[in-house]
Design a protein around this ligand. Structure first.
Ligand code: AMP
Length: 383
């Protein structure tokens, strides 16, 4: 059993992962490569993407005390692949002396947009103008202050555009309040951005900070569709984005990996949100960097030195369940390009909008890498 006083965990120790989706799966792959054991807490389902690769899959709700106790007892350190969970697991871990990295306090900030905005502003980083709202009257008041257009977001547990409504006219306040189910909200001005960026940053137990450069992201229907690294920004903007990510990682005393998502307005950078774990936009680090975001997470939570995160030019395209609408995609056709790499997450049911896998391509030119990955995705369905 680990102890918070002994930060270093060596191969043979057991990594406990909260959540069991694709991010946990890719961490489990790296952990096993390095000779660690893995236990996952799935949140309820079984034979999960991470669970099938783990030494132990604990099937239980994130608030199930029995499952949590079993999970914590099996782990030497606990980390997260999903942050929108009940934090009872953090309390149980601290009661049992098992370190949690990143800390439950950081996860509490990342799962609440209001706490997140305050933490970012406290660290001196720019965020979109925003107001909290806990009633329809406060929502109307926020619109008066901020002026339309705004995006009203559920303060807690939002991701991939879920729990969000754009309001273009004050007359829509009642509908928006009803659509969001009367929850506590964060209302923010729509940022007229030129591009969306992200920086995946790792911070070690000793306080070293390493990133993978700046990713440029394109979303379709609020879901990340493509990522290219390095982003097509100026050197100055890239340096600023990386500095902002380092700044928040240090301010929060992160131990682990964090993704910082930013809007590049052309006149400055604004932080949209943070996620205290590896991120979809960092998937290309598996092929593009000597140490991927998952290797950095493993190293950081085990109290080890970080690896070299610098990326070669690369691109990632997401594979959603929609690609299965006419049956099994043509994997052989996609892999005729020797520089395209396939990752499938082991999900049995290919629902529309569900992240089933991704393709990566690495090359000297990020635009060509993206073209190759996109071509391979087209080849999957023959059009
Ligand atoms: P989020 O769940 O906050 O990551 O939002 C999902 C996506 O909605 C972002 O990646 C942006 O494309 C868009 N979005 C969110 N907030 C804003 C904003 N304040 N201004 C403009 N676009 C936004």
């Amino acid at each position: 059993m680990g102890s918070p006083d002994v930060p270093r965990l060596l191969p043979g120790a057991t990594i406990g992962i909260v959540g069991a989706g694709q991010l946990g799966r890719m961490l489990a792959q790296v952990a096993r490569q390095h000779g660690y054991r893995v236990v996952v807490l799935t949140g309820g389902t079984k034979n999960t993407p991470a669970g099938v690769l783990a030494d132990e899959e604990i099937v239980g709700d994130f608030s199930d005390e029995h499952a949590i106790a079993q999970f914590v007892a099996a782990a030497d350190v606990i980390t997260w692949e999903f942050e929108n969970v009940d934090l009872g697991v953090g309390e149980a871990a601290s009661a049992m002396g098992v370190p949690v990295r990143p800390s439950a306090a950081i996860v509490a900030i990342a799962q609440d947009r209001e706490l997140e905005k305050r933490a970012l502003a406290d660290a001196g980083l720019a965020v979109a103008p925003w107001r909290p709202a806990t009633s329809e009257a406060e929502l109307a008041h926020a619109l008066t202050d901020l002026r339309t257009p705004v995006i009203a977001k559920a303060a807690r547990f939002g991701y991939d555009g879920k729990g969000q409504v754009r309001i273009d006219h004050p007359d829509s306040v009642g509908d928006a309040w009803a659509a969001l189910g009367g929850q506590r909200l964060v209302v923010e001005s729509v940022v007229p951005f030129e591009r969306e960026l992200s920086v995946v940053v790792a911070r070690s137990f000793d306080g070293d900070v390493v990133d993978h450069g700046v990713m440029e992201n394109h979303h379709v229907n609020h879901i990340l569709d493509t990522t290219v690294v390095p982003a097509s920004t100026s050197q100055r903007t890239s340096s600023e984005a990386r500095a902002m990510a380092h700044c928040i990682a240090n301010a929060l005393q992160l131990v682990g990996v964090m993704c910082v998502e930013l809007f590049d307005t052309g006149a400055g950078l604004i932080v949209n949100e943070i996620a205290p774990r590896p991120h979809n936009s960092g998937h290309c680090t598996i092929e593009a960097a000597p140490a991927s975001q998952f290797e950095q997470q493993l190293r950081a939570v085990c109290g080890l030195a970080l690896g070299d995160g610098r990326c070669r030019p690369a691109a990632m395209v997401q594979l959603l369940g929609d690609l299965w609408s006419d049956g099994q995609p043509d994997w052989a056709a996609a892999l005729t390009d020797p520089d395209v790499h396939l990752h499938l997450y082991g999900k049995a049911e290919p629902r529309s909008g569900r992240k089933m896998g991704h393709l990566t391509s690495v090359g000297d030119d990020p635009t060509l890498a993206l073209q190759r990955a996109v071509d391979a995705r087209v080849a999957l369905i023959g059009r």
